[in-house]
Design a protein around this ligand. Structure first.
Ligand code: CA
Length: 231
């Protein structure tokens, strides 16, 4: 049983997808435009998203880029456009696979299985988190950003790991203090701020011009991939 979010504006295709997935025992939610698709992808935390590229409100690739800024959920792009450029662009923007319309329910099921299998392997082997061009490896405690290795102190690494392993979520200062410094009852806000500023410097960003570390005022910090320049 897999929680599947289908973002598809064509009611006939939406119904077909819903039926064929439900027959396999999946739990299916259908969003009929990009905006509600994005909202549901964040709220419902589906295990996989099937994303139609031709949507009424937003371009599907735009939806994909916005989704990738906040979530690593596996995405299969569904498109009638079989030109290379669209497919390449979808994969480059974080799609895990693509399906060309029309497709049969067996192919759909096989693609979903394959993508989920690949993602499960990635999650189990590691303890490696990738967000955009940032890669954090827990086993080796190595961090690279845009292909360059970063030299982090132990606490900086622990803090970055906490934020990266929960990418897309806001992590509160209290959680950071508890997890990284073993201070669940506060008392070290300044320490957190200092370490965040060191991390920012090493990631080549500032609080005023964030790329990966986004301050949510009064709440905490969210690590997410830099927004695409085209948005
Ligand atoms: Ca469509």
């Amino acid at each position: 049983m897999t929680r599947v979010l289908v973002v598809e504006d064509d009611p006939a295709i939406g119904r077909l997808l819903r039926r064929s997935l439900a027959d396999r025992g999946d739990v299916v939610t259908v969003a009929i435009d990009g905006a509600s698709g994005l909202a549901l992808a964040v709220q419902d935390r589906p295990e996989i998203v099937l994303l139609d590229l031709g949507l009424p409100d937003l371009d599907g690739l735009q939806v994909l880029r916005m989704l990738r800024a906040v979530s690593q959920v596996p995405v299969i792009v569904v498109t009638a456009q079989d030109d290379d450029r669209t497919v390449v662009e979808a994969l480059d923007n974080g799609a895990d696979d693509y399906l060309l319309k029309p497709f049969g329910s067996d192919q759909l099921a096989a693609r979903i299985r394959a993508v989920l299998r690949r993602c499960a392997v990635g999650a189990a082997s590691g303890e490696t988190v990738r967000v955009g061009e940032l890669e954090v490896d827990l086993a080796t405690r190595q961090v690279s950003c845009e292909g360059h290795a970063l030299d982090l102190s132990r606490k900086e690494f622990d803090l970055l790991w906490l934020l990266a392993s929960r990418s897309g979520e806001v992590v509160t200062k209290r959680e950071m203090l508890a997890d990284v410094w073993g201070l669940p009852f506060g008392g070290g806000d300044r320490t957190v701020d200092v370490h965040l500023s060191w991390l920012r410097r090493k990631l080549g960003e500032t609080a005023a011009q964030p790329r990966y570390l986004h301050t949510v005022r009064g709440v905490g910090v969210r690590l997410s991939a830099p927004a695409s320049e085209t948005l």
